[in-house]
Design a binder for this molecule. Sequence first.
Ligand code: ZN
Length: 191
Amino acid sequence: MAGPALRLKIVQAGEPVLRQRARALSPEEIRSTAIQELIEHMRETMHDAPGVGLAAPQIGQNLQLAVIEDRAEYQKGLSAEELTARAREPVPFHVIVNPEIVARSEETAVFHEGCLSLAGFSAQVERARAVRVSCLDHRGETRIIEASGWYARILQHEIDHLHGGLYIDRMDPRSFTSQANYARYGKGETR
Ligand code: ZN
């Protein structure tokens, strides 16, 4: 069993690890005590932030591993219309390792997104509305994930992290805003 969870430091943009392509993990490594404990610590850190995803490079580990969970309670600040537009539904906690996007929809969606490594900011990012992801799970077993809506966005964001990417590489730069100003001026935009 994993030890008591720790809250890890989330590194901010400019930290070199965020710009490196992370290293893949073998199924044996995934099942090791060290990685199982890392998963628990990342889960705790993501909940504490709070965030809907956290990639290992964000806590300074150059590994192709991310945790994802979108809880219903995180969605309370959004209206029914906003949730429908984003196709945002709760996603249970799970782990992706060595993920690859093997198919993506031609149809895209543009919404504001933020990142725990660019704390206090957000911007509009165009992403595929649906993706198919091949990865390993927390037991090192192969999984194919079919995702659409906000979950597809979360996957694309986290997989970018594992390849050294940040949303600012893909954003509409003129939409970049502090989250305070987004709350003030920026709600409701879609394209
Ligand atoms: Zn991020």
